[in-house]
Design a protein around this ligand. Structure first.
Ligand code: DP6
Length: 327
């Protein structure tokens, strides 16, 4: 085996403040609206890709176990896209492991496809720009486009494959926000994002959500750049509520909240009234991401851990970009 055809990369998941929900083009994953997120430090996917000439199929090992099911097919489909667009030969062995649970509202697909894209292109001997990597990662999972750059990241909608990419708006050290994640269910979600994106347009509310997204993103971006927590909190909670309103009114409807989810959301609003700089946001799952300033993170963590229905609390600061790991 030629050792230059192997590479390892790491990428962080991200939490969206302005959500991506619904595509203008499902195949290319051109989103219906722009989105904004922060990478989550401490949580990561590490992936090693080795291109080989002696295989007749791609092979996936996920968290130490060989996988020939849906995950392997999705990985292989992404490798097909890379083979086709970049002229890479052969099939690959892919070894991927997360240090956080999958399918629980901590977006594992974002970290996975960002790490896979960087590892696969590096293993093929290519050195691509951050923008190129972001567009390619997007083909595997939309939110993966945002796990390529570091810190606070904006994903531009774009009309074509090349135009739809994400870039940093501020580095991790610009504002020390913390995501304190209240895990209320460790179960794998029943309906994944991919299916949800397809049904988003069946909600009467989706058009209104999409129309307002650029304005909310501008407000959120300005609040981050001004480190204005009050404005940030209001727009982040509003945007999350809007996405969940779309989910609940899609046909068929999608209800991700559990009773504990709602209780935590109410508690977070109360804590903010009491003076803590904290707000909530939820992805396609019941777990609550409580975004707060660093000074309040320990108090939020303790408060969440004491609530009934909270199984586990995870704490993540602002993460850097996807990176190669020496091997
Ligand atoms: C609710 O990027 O996971 O987390 O492109 O089908 O992989 P696919 O979808 P995905 O969708 C993320 C949806 C979200 C909101 C967000 O992260 O912006």
């Amino acid at each position: 085996m030629n050792p230059s055809r192997s590479a390892t990369a790491r990428a962080h998941p991200n939490i969206a403040f302005i959500k991506y929900w619904g595509n203008a083009d499902d195949h290319l994953r051109l989103p219906a609206n722009p989105s904004l997120s922060m990478n989550l430090d401490g949580l990561y996917t590490e992936t090693t890709v080795t291109w080989r000439d002696d295989l007749d199929t791609d092979q996936l090992t996920l968290n130490g176990q060989s996988d020939t099911g849906a995950a392997c097919r999705r990985v292989s489909a992404h490798l097909d896209a890379l083979r086709e667009r970049l002229g890479i030969r052969g099939f690959a062995t892919v070894q991927s492991a997360n240090n956080f649970p999958m399918g629980t509202g901590i977006a594992s697909s974002a970290a996975s496809f960002a790490a896979l894209t960087l590892a696969a292109t590096s293993a093929a001997g290519l050195t691509l720009s951050e923008r190129e990597l972001s567009t390619l990662a997007r083909l595997g999972s939309g939110s993966a486009a945002r796990s390529i750059p570091g810190g606070y990241v904006e994903w531009h909608v774009g009309q074509t494959h090349e135009e739809s990419f994400a870039e940093s708006i501020a580095q991790p050290e610009y504002w020390a926000l913390v995501d304190v994640i209240a895990v209320v269910s460790g179960q794998h979600k029943k309906v994944g994002s991919q299916e949800g994106h397809r049904t988003a347009a069946t909600s009467d509310l989706q058009a209104a959500r999409v129309t307002g997204a650029a304005g909310r993103l501008a407000t959120c971006k300005a609040a981050i750049l001004e480190r204005n927590f009050a404005t940030f909190a209001e727009v982040v909670e509003h945007d999350s509520n809007l996405m969940h309103a779309v989910m609940m009114t899609s046909r068929p409807p999608l209800f991700y909240w559990l009773p504990a989810t709602l209780a935590i959301m109410e508690q977070v609003r109360q804590w903010r009234q009491d003076g803590l700089s904290v707000c909530y946001t939820l992805d396609a799952g019941p777990n609550v991401h409580c975004i707060c300033v660093k000074q309040d993170a320990e108090q939020v963590r303790q408060g969440l851990a004491a609530l009934s229905g909270v199984q586990e609390v995870r704490v993540a600061g602002v993460g850097g970009p996807a990176q190669r790991v020496n091997n």
